[in-house]
Design a protein around this ligand. Sequence first.
Ligand SMILES: [Zn+2]
Length: 124
Amino acid sequence: MSSTDEIKKLEKIRSTLIMELLSITEMIPGAFNLAFRKCGKSNCWCSNGKGHPFNRIIWTEGGKVRTKSIPDEDISWIKRITEVHREFKGKCREIQKIDGEVKKLIEAFRREVIKHTRGLRKYL
Ligand SMILES: [Zn+2]
């Protein structure tokens, strides 16, 4: 039966993906970027420019755009853990895709077995 091999193959990939997800210890949603903000002091140079540069991550949560300032010493860490989160989401999408394929294949398998079983008795 062809569907069983395909299901086993997909389940192996799925299992590997889940193990990869479970090995993650640090991640956070958000995209790192450099933004600018005016401090509000009327005598500051920034009142005529785009503002003071600051590092931040930006993400959406419950339909709302959220941002957090990031200290300079954590930039590379933040870049890494936001990337890990993107990869996590990507793997989740892959798992969902596999789930959909496996669901179809299991249905095909069910039909194959029923067809085979009906062939065993004339009255079925
Ligand atoms: Zn300023």
